[in-house]
Design a protein around this ligand. Sequence first.
Ligand code: ADP
Length: 164
Amino acid sequence: MIQLIKGDITQLKVDAIVNAANSSLLGGGGVDGAIHRAAGAHLLEECRTLNGCPTGKAKITKGYNLPAKYVIHTVGPVWQGGNNNEAELLANCYLNSLRLALKHNIRSIAFPNISTGAYGYPKDQAAEIAIRSVQNFISQNKLEIIFVIFDSENFHLYEQKLRL
Ligand code: ADP
């Protein structure tokens, strides 16, 4: 099942929330900053032990002070015009996060709109990739998906594409 929610991903009581991190995994702005602030300093401590994360891959930590049990940190591609494998890398973020969730018996997972903030990915194209990747995965695996959307433009795009 796929749900759409407008709001702040740090507030969600789900098994895992996904963080749109940078490759250092040591925190940043946007959703990454919000997650670290809400989770508390122990999250950064655990992240320091992970040795970063390549673009398109995902790593998991505990959720600490968050209502969510786990944080899955994935690194989206920086938009460079579309000819630098951005689409495949973005799809891999969703796919690798979902694979990691299954491995940890996670039943509900919330995604932000990876790469559509500071990383500049065109929102329409990013939404297509996010929805296609997730729909494809849940046709084979049982998982509850929540897209958590912060801005109106993304919200309207997801509403249209999911035909809710
Ligand atoms: P990236 O570097 O991957 O582009 P950003 O954090 O800059 O990551 O933006 C990714 C998306 O997360 C954007 O659509 C932004 O509006 C959204 N966002 C920012 N803060 C939050 C939050 N607290 N909860 C959910 N989404 C958020």
